[in-house]
Design a protein around this ligand. Structure first.
Ligand SMILES: NC(=O)c1ccc[n+]([C@@H]2O[C@H](COP(=O)([O-])OP(=O)(O)OC[C@H]3O[C@@H](n4cnc5c(N)ncnc54)[C@H](O)[C@@H]3O)[C@@H](O)[C@H]2O)c1
Length: 384
């Protein structure tokens, strides 16, 4: 059994996602476990070079995680034929251009979402990737959450009967930074000029979640809001938060399922998790969070009677039953990395390509348009 090297350029690993999920939880963890196992027993060992703007940061990250190579020279990294894969988790606005350069340099590409900040750029990138013959992919991490995996299991088992509707609640309070605690998310998320906004951020996730679990999204209406117009940035300075920080969107799916998803950074949590999806079907319902999934079958459904004159007699939270923990789930970002590495090394199946990434940007762009024009919009097929 042989170990093959995979030369990997990692860009944007000093950021929140690049560092926590991609460098530490995925690539460093895979390296510590001896690489990715292939079907013939061989292993693929990622050999990353960390690329970015800040030499000291890169050097200390590389040292801390036993990585030999780092550089501030992206052109030189792209010119090295020994590094065949380019990965980007830096800011959204740079992504399409960077991935385009990597494809021109003959690299395979993998990246965070969104793949671009406009559908025009996302489509151009997807077309370029298809024409290049290189392999390409985008992170679709929510599909790998244990809660959503359990939900998928319920769907595949036929548990729901006919699915009627999906209610998603995503969000939590992001501190303004003007008292008590600093904000717990980067300030660029709240500035339009820097590629911020919850519609671009979250609707590309909801596209692949809805498409993959419940059916293709055919139409939407979306109302955005900028509830908190001023916030404090990382340096302690007040700034105008002009990007949307909440989105209230309704989707029509093929087959008639209605999905409504609220996404907000201005909501205080009183629910099971930071994201929850309630699915109601003729035979049963379920509520999935990040890790758990609770069910209520038709035979276990309590019979509430509306009576405002007496306090509620049913503890509704008590009337649900968890899907058991029959499987240990690995970190979702790592699972997707391993799938992509197998796709590169042995052509294993892969569905999360840049065309799928473009569909996410399409939904976000239509969401912004629906909000601006105050109307329902159809979601056309993408011609790539
Ligand atoms: N999959 C998910 O659930 C998820 C969650 C959050 C963010 N993201 C995506 O990840 C990306 C990064 O988000 P984040 O929250 O980690 O942000 P962040 O601000 O923590 O990190 C941004 C990174 O980009 C780098 N960067 C910024 N400007 C640059 C420039 N001009 N040249 C080179 N590098 C530059 C920064 O140094 C940093 O490494 C975004 O595209 C975002 O949409 C995905």
């Amino acid at each position: 059994m042989a170990t093959r090297r995979l030369g990997l350029i990692m860009h944007g690993v000093t950021g929140r996602m690049g560092y926590n999920q991609h460098l530490v939880r995925s690539i460093a963890a895979i390296r510590a476990d001896g690489g990715v196992a292939l079907s013939n027993g061989d292993r693929v060992m990622p050999d990353p070079i960390l690329v970015g703007r800040h030499a000291e940061k890169l050097e200390s990250l590389a040292k801390a995680h036993g990585i030999a190579r780092w550089s501030t020279d992206l052109d030189a990294a792209l010119a090295d034929p020994e590094d065949e894969l380019f990965f980007d988790a830096a800011t959204t606005q740079m992504r399409a251009e960077l991935l385009g350069r990597a494809l021109d340099a003959g690299k395979h590409v993998y990246c965070e979402k969104p793949v671009a900040d406009t559908l025009h750029d996302a489509l151009a990138l997807a077309r370029k990737a298809k024409a290049s013959g290189r392999k390409h992919g985008v992170v679709q991490d929510k599909l790998f959450l244990p809660g959503l995996r359990k939900l998928k299991l319920l769907i595949d088992s036929g548990y729901f009967g006919r699915i009627l509707s999906v209610r998603g609640e995503f969000g939590y309070w992001v501190f303004e930074g003007d008292w008590g605690w600093p904000a717990q998310r980067p300030s660029w998320n709240y500035r339009q000029a820097d590629g911020g906004g919850i519609i671009l951020d979250m609707l590309c996730h909801w596209r692949y979640v809805l498409d993959n679990l419940f059916g293709p999204v055919r139409a939407l209406t979306c109302l955005g809001a900028t509830h908190i117009p001023e916030r404090i940035d990382e340096a302690g300075h007040a700034y105008r938060a002009d990007a949307d920080d909440a989105a209230y969107a309704t989707f029509e799916l093929e087959g008639g399922i209605v999905a409504h998803i609220n996404s907000s950074w201005c909501v205080r949590v009183r629910r099971d998790d930071l994201v929850t999806f309630q699915v109601d079907g003729t035979h049963g319902s379920a509520v999935a969070g990040l890790t758990s999934c609770l069910t209520q079958h038709r035979v276990n459904t309590p019979k509430p009677v509306w009576n405002p004159d007496i306090p509620q007699t049913i503890d509704f939270y008590e009337t649900w039953e968890p899907v058991p923990e029959n499987e240990a789930y690995d970190n979702g970002f790592r699972q997707q990395w391993e799938m992509f590495v197998r796709h590169l090394a042995e052509d294993a199946p892969w569905s999360y390509d840049l065309v799928e990434g473009a569909k996410g940007v399409q939904l976000a762009e239509l969401g912004l348009k629906s909000w601006a024009e105050r109307r329902w919009l159809d979601v056309p097929e993408l011609a790539v």
